[in-house]
Design a protein around this ligand. Structure first.
Ligand code: TXA
Ligand code: MG
Length: 322
């Protein structure tokens, strides 16, 4: 295998030539293409089997590049960029003329972020432009948090997978819209609501799923092959054991207060007490339960504060109607 520097140069070259590169970020792996190359971007949608109306996030190498890609940027956006970039925060702003329709589904806004991963920052700085990158998984599936996950999901459809190790955050970026009214959270993620509020000095709302009209927010998303059923902690064990008694292969994600309770299920996973650690492991755990042949995963939602909000959001989506 070539050196990391050679791999970074190779990735930048492939992007320049219209190819697709899977890239590590601190949140999840992305499927990257030159954001200004409509042909390359169209291939991203094909490979993911994602409808072309669903806008992509454009990744930048440096917060200073923000003004090239967005117009009429409100002051709060600069404040958030200064505080959280490089990091797991995506800002939705009015698009500039630089952004091709294909990349953003033809809408009036663009989603931008500076990822916090040294390898991908090096690729961005060598490449020089913006990299459009959705999570590197088939549409509606579980996002990849390792290079192996990418290869398992997309295989040879990607020109190059740049392995930057396991993702440290493990859930996607927080998406904040700053277009007309007060900033709102469109998707909870790696930057917490509490941290955003501390920096903005005001409360920030989380859009309810039904209020979000932008394509790409589906009731069923982030879903493993197994069905996911949510239960209150006091019903979790009963729910899992009943399904198991009916002969189903059941996996159960057991929250810390129940770690010492004996449970009969096919696969029992004790989830970490720290939400930081739970977020980091969440997608890998869902994949492991699939690999172990579970037909049903029973889980409880963590308290919706800190990273618990993002974990609860992903588990709720995974349990959504298919
Ligand atoms: O952490 C992340 O954000 C990862 C890494 C690779 O950066 N990317 C990611 O991309 O999760 P994707 O495409 O899987 O999810 C992006 C979400 C979609 O739900 C899409 O609807 C939303 O961002 N989005 C993109 N552009 C938008 C826009 N202009 N307005 C509102 N939502 C937008
Ligand atoms: Mg995704």
């Amino acid at each position: 295998m070539s050196s990391l520097d050679e791999q970074i140069a190779k990735a930048a070259n492939i992007l320049r030539n219209g190819g697709l590169v899977a890239l590590p970020t601190e949140t999840v792996y992305g499927l990257g293409a030159n954001a200004e190359d409509p042909v390359a971007v169209r291939r991203v949608f094909e490979v993911k089997r994602r409808p072309p109306t669903h806008p992509l996030i454009i990744h930048l190498g440096n917060p200073d590049q923000l003004s090239g890609w967005a117009d009429r940027i409100p002051g709060a956006a600069h404040v958030l960029a200064e505080s959280f970039w490089a990091g797991p925060l995506t800002l939705v702003l009015r698009r500039s003329v630089r952004v091709p329709d294909e990349t953003i589904g033809g809408g009036p806004t663009v989603a931008l972020r500076v990822p916090d991963h040294p390898v991908t920052l090096a690729v961005l700085n060598d490449f020089g432009g913006g990299i459009a990158a959705p999570s590197a998984n088939p549409f509606k599936g579980v996002s990849p948090t390792s290079a192996d996950h990418v290869r398992a999901g997309l295989g040879d459809a990607v020109d190059f997978v740049l392995d930057g190790g396991p993702c440290t955050v493990g859930v996607e970026s927080t998406i904040v819209q700053l277009v007309d009214d007060a900033p709102t959270i469109l998707r909870p993620g790696g930057v917490t609501k509490e941290d955003l509020e501390a920096v903005l000095g005001s409360k920030i709302d989380v859009e309810s799923d039904s209020a979000i009209r932008v394509p790409g927010q589906h009731p069923s998303h982030y879903a493993p092959h197994a069905r996911v059923r949510l239960a209150r902690p006091e019903h979790l064990i009963n729910e899992a054991e009943t399904a198991h008694a009916c002969g189903r292969r059941v996996g159960v994600l057991v929250p810390p207060p129940l770690h010492d309770v004996p449970i009969t299920a096919s696969v029992v996973v004790l989830v970490p007490a720290s939400t930081t650690e739970y977020a980091r492991q969440l997608y890998g755990l869902l994949r492991r339960l699939d690999e172990q042949g579970c037909e049903l995963i029973v889980a409880s939602l963590p308290e919706p504060d800190g990273l618990g909000l993002a974990i609860a959001n992903r588990l709720s989506r995974a349990a959504g109607p298919r």
